[in-house]
Write a protein that binds this ligand. Structure first.
Ligand code: GRF
Length: 217
């Protein structure tokens, strides 16, 4: 395993939810969470950033913010199940209350979901259940929809199939390409993710069938 040695978990203020953020890319959603987490009223703090690859902007953002990082790369494992178990062990080092997938581009297996299921939140750049998968923006554009957006949801064993926490819409412009549309989606996705991660951290989350419910029961 060539992941960076996980450093000691950063201390979280009492009563503040511990967030482990998982990333694969440019880290704009991570940056939005980091911009929010210093406010004690937010109720959650990023204690670690875990990636499935090195040399990504998201890891630089984490390091610049002084957040411990770890990289667990699938190419260093014989099979997916071994990688899944190693990621679960790495994330567990940081004792998360909530795991936030912020542009994390891998699917978890039974080990990870068995350990952390029900407290993993993901964001997707399309209005689910339309256009799941790795190319949600491209697929929506190719289909010719006039409105798309983003979805914040609880992760289950499927591909972008988990119970939905929140959605926001974005109009598709006639001259949009994948990059311009994704940029406008990210502009609404970041505040939506920040808002709902905070709500879940402060008020708790439960899932009843297709419904993700935030709030104390
Ligand atoms: C986000 O739009 C996310 O929904 C998608 O990839 C993008 C990640 O962006 N899966 P960033 O790495 O947070 O900038």
């Amino acid at each position: 395993m060539t992941h960076e040695t996980p450093q000691r978990p950063a201390p979280a203020t009492r009563g503040t939810g511990r967030l482990v953020v998982m990333v694969s890319g440019t880290g704009s959603n991570l940056a939005a969470l980091l911009a929010a987490h210093d406010d004690p009223a937010y109720g959650a703090r990023v204690v670690a950033v875990v990636a499935d690859r090195g040399n990504i902007r998201a890891l630089e953002i984490a390091r610049e913010a002084g957040i411990p990082t770890a990289v667990v790369s699938i190419k260093d494992f014989d099979d997916r199940a071994s990688w899944d178990a190693a990621v679960a062990e790495t994330v567990a080092v940081f004792s998360p209350d909530l795991i936030v997938l912020a542009g994390f581009m891998k699917l978890f297996g039974d080990t990870f979901l068995g350990r952390f299921g029900g407290r993993i939140v993901n964001t997707h750049p399309a209005l689910l259940p339309s256009f799941p998968g790795a190319h949600g923006v491209r697929d929506a554009l190719a289909y010719g929809v006039k409105v798309t957006g983003c979805t914040v949801m609880v992760v289950d064993e499927g591909v972008d199939t988990g119970p939905i926490l929140a959605q926001a819409t974005v109009a598709v412009e006639p001259d949009d390409d994948e990059a311009t549309l994704h940029e406008r989606i990210k502009a609404v996705e970041q505040p939506l993710l920040v808002e709902w991660v905070g709500r879940v951290a402060r008020d708790g989350l439960r899932v009843e069938g297709r419904h993700a419910i935030v709030g104390r029961s």
